[in-house]
Design a protein around this ligand. Structure first.
Ligand code: NI
Length: 228
C-alpha cells in the first residue's frame, strides 16, 4: 500500500526544517551509510546524524508523526528508526533501484528496527527541482511519487525502489522506517481500511450498534496480529 500523508509538517515546521537544511548544514557523502548491494547505486548527500541540526530535525519529524492519526492507523508503529535527511542535486543526484535492509541499527536510540514500512517526507517543492522522483516498483508496475514540501508517503519496506536522477535544483527529504506492531503489509492494509471506513461511517451516521460491533472486529483482529 502506498499512502500519501498531506501536510505532515505545518508551515512553521517546514520553514524551520528548510533553514536547518541549508547549504551550511553538515552534509556528508550518502554512501557512508549504504550497505551491501545498495552502496554501488547510491549517489547523494546525507545530513551528519550526530549533528545538532539532525537532533532538532528528528524531534520535529517525530512530533509531527505523533499527532497524525492517519499515520498511526496506517503504520501501527512499534518503533521508528530515527529520521534521516538527504539531498540530491546534480553531481550527487540519484539512488538506483535497491532494497533497504530488513533490520537496521539506529545510532540515536541504539535499537534494532525492522523495516516494515518506509517513509519519505518531502522537504522541497516539486517546482524546485527536476527529476528526483521516488519510484516504487510493485506488481502493478512502477509508481512515481513526487509530493509537495511537507507531505509524506508511506510504502512497504519490502519493495524495490529508487530515486531518479535530479537534473536541476535540489531535492531535500527526510526518510526513515517504521517497525510496525503488525508485520504483514496485507494485514496492516486490512486494518487500515476497516479503521478508515469505520471513521467515515461514524461521520455519516454517528455511533450505532453496527459501528460498535465493527470496532470490536477491528480490535480483535489487531489483538490477533499485533506484537508489542
Ligand atoms: Ni531505500
Amino acid at each position: 500500500m502506498l499512502l500519501h500523508l498531506k501536510n505532515l509538517l505545518n508551515p512553521q515546521e517546514l520553514a524551520r526544517a528548510r533553514l536547518l537544511l541549508g547549504d551550511d548544514a553538515p552534509w556528508t557523502d550518502g554512501r557512508s551509510t549504504a550497505g551491501g548491494q545498495a552502496v554501488a547505486h547510491k549517489r547523494n548527500e546525507q545530513l551528519a546524524q550526530d549533528s545538532a541540526q539532525a537532533t532538532e530535525l528528528q524531534q520535529l519529524v517525530l512530533g509531527a508523526l505523533r499527532r497524525d492519526p492517519l499515520f498511526f492507523s496506517a503504520a501501527l508503529p512499534r518503533r521508528i528508526f530515527n529520521p534521516l535527511f538527504n539531498r540530491y542535486r546534480v553531481g550527487a543526484d540519484r539512488y538506483g533501484a535497491h532494497v533497504d535492509g530488513a533490520v537496521l541499527h539506529s545510532k540515536a536510540t541504539q535499537e534494532w528496527v525492522r523495516t516494515d514500512v518506509s517513509c519519505t517526507l518531502f522537504l522541497a517543492d516539486p517546482d524546485e527541482y527536476d527529476g528526483g522522483e521516488l519510484l516504487v516498483h510493485d506488481s502493478y508496475g512502477n509508481r512515481g511519487v513526487k509530493l509537495a514540501a511537507g507531505d509524506a508517503v508511506l510504502y512497504p519496506g519490502t519493495s524495490v525502489h529508487e530515486v531518479t536522477p535530479v537534473t536541476r535544483g535540489a531535492r531535500i527529504a527526510s526518510f526513515f522506517w517504521i517497525e510496525s506492531m503488525v508485520r504483514g503489509d496485507e494485514q496492516r492494509r486490512t486494518l487500515f481500511e476497516l479503521d478508515l471506513n469505520l471513521l467515515r461511517l461514524r461521520e455519516r451516521h454517528g455511533e450505532s450498534a453496527e459501528t460498535l460491533a465493527l470496532s470490536g472486529v477491528y480490535h480483535n483482529l489487531l489483538r490477533q496480529w499485533a506484537s508489542t
